[in-house]
Design a protein around this ligand. Structure first.
Ligand SMILES: *Cc1c(COP(=O)(O)O)cnc(C)c1O
Ligand SMILES: [Zn+2]
Length: 416
């Protein structure tokens, strides 16, 4: 294979070439995709990238793209938008949202990682792809598998949101519900992966999969006009996304596409599942696994695979981590929607609510340029808003009926 990347152990640096595996057999540390930077230099330039189609494959030199691979799917290049009204409400004068709630094709940032994993799956000759999922990954694997002609086996905890289950089944995937939490689902999947020749996107293909998250970082830098922001606030489940945005920024500096700068990384979790935030707050070097209990199901991973690496990124950057309650998550969803017209899922509510407390604590400065990573779409978790809004009885389709109704509505608002 004439490619410029291979798997390398994150700790002992042993090189494995390109194989469907995620763990170093010598030291049991995770494998990560390593690039030959000298081969990349000169090709990965602002000019070259800008001239390419507006999707994540424009960063191909620093992605595990098999030779000659063309997915035909324009994943990524989601909007980066200023959110001044939200900023006013939570105390920031320079706030932006990286809006992956509208990522193609399944409305979450997981489309990025699945694009990488299925490229690898095709390259390794897998016919069946699979995953353990808290919901968004299931949607994305099912959709992209349909498009690429893989058979898909999806494993989920039994209590997932209805929209995320239907939003997997509709693509023709086999959905196996497990009576247990995500960590139990994931353990089962590791055993299945040992027994069947399937491409598990977040197990044996995990190193390739994880690289997709870097494209969030590349896009933020490019969309800011090739420079880095002061702060990034990132929701954490397994802890991979936050570490990969940091890796992306580092690569852009190494290759001279942006000026070097310390970007502070802030991790956000729900209080009902906050193993990484707890480790940061208590200055611990290990993650104490937790039993998740939160409406933020997409973040409910009690034993995060990249938790330690996430804490290192946060600490070494001078950032911090925060967690928020379930009512605060709902508050965060409503605040972003009502102030900026962006409807995010529970994970986005976590990001907004945690950003609000980090600003209130002064950990994020009012005048610092801060990017909130909104990672999923609100239409998938409407359960979280059940009972939040009253619905009036229907009125007759007559102007008199409407004016009576409007009068009552105005009076009700005035007395409220
Ligand atoms: C998976 C997920 C995350 C977190 O990703 P990790 O890389 O596992 O930390 C954040 N937001 C949403 C909506 C997700 O589905
Ligand atoms: Zn090793």
């Amino acid at each position: 294979m004439r490619v410029n990347y291979s798997l390398r152990c994150r700790e002992c640096q042993r090189d494995y070439g390109n194989i469907p595996s995620s763990i170093c057999t010598d030291c049991l540390a995770p494998l990560e995709v390593h690039y030959d930077m000298d081969a990349v230099r000169g090709k990965f330039t602002r000019e070259a990238i800008t001239a390419r189609p507006a999707n994540l494959w424009r960063y191909a030199e620093l992605l595990p793209k098999p030779e000659g691979y063309d997915s035909g799917l324009p994943v990524g290049m989601t909007p980066l938008v200023k959110v001044p009204q939200l900023g006013k409400k939570i105390g920031s004068r320079r706030l932006l949202v990286k809006n992956d709630a509208v990522c193609f094709p399944t409305l979450s940032f997981k489309d990025r990682v699945v694009a990488m994993a299925l490229a690898a799956a095709k390259n390794f000759g897998f016919e069946t792809v699979s995953c353990s999922s808290t919901g968004n990954l299931a949607n994305s694997v099912a959709a992209q598998a349909a498009r690429h002609g893989f058979e898909a086996w999806i494993f989920i905890p039994a209590d997932l949101e209805a929209a995320k289950v239907v939003g997997t089944q509709v693509y023709g995937a086999r959905v196996t519900r497990i009576a247990g939490n995500y960590d139990q689902v994931n353990r089962l999947c590791s055993q299945i992966a040992d027994r069947y020749r399937w491409g598990f996107v977040n197990i044996n293909l995990r190193p390739y999969y994880a690289e997709g998250s870097k494209t969030v970082g590349y896009e933020i830098a490019e969309q800011l006009g090739w420079r880095l922001p002061d702060n990034v606030v990132v929701p954490m489940a397994g802890g991979s996304l936050i570490t990969k945005i940091s890796k992306a920024f580092g690569e852009l500096v190494t290759l001279g596409l942006v000026e070097a700068k310390t970007v502070k990384f802030f991790g956000a979790q729900a209080t009902g599942c906050s193993p990484i935030a707890d480790a940061v707050k208590n200055s611990k070097d290990e993650i104490d696994p937790q039993k998740p209990s939160t409406i933020a199901r997409s973040l409910a991973i009690g034993n995060p695979a990249d938790g330690i690496y996430a804490t290192r990124v946060i600490r070494s950057s001078g950032g911090w981590a925060e967690d928020c309650s379930d009512p605060d998550i709902v508050g965060g969803i409503e605040l972003l929607a009502a102030s900026e017209g962006i409807f995010t899922e529970t994970a986005g509510g976590v990001t907004v609510a945690c950003a609000q407390s980090l600003l209130a604590q002064g950990r994020i400065g009012t005048d610092e340029e801060t990017v909130l990573c909104i990672t999923g779409n609100g239409l998938k978790t409407t359960d979280a808003l059940a009972g939040r809004f009253e619905l009036d009885d229907a009125i007759e389709p007559k102007i008199a009926a409407f004016e009576k109704y409007m009068g009552n509505a105005v009076a009700a608002t005035a007395s409220a």
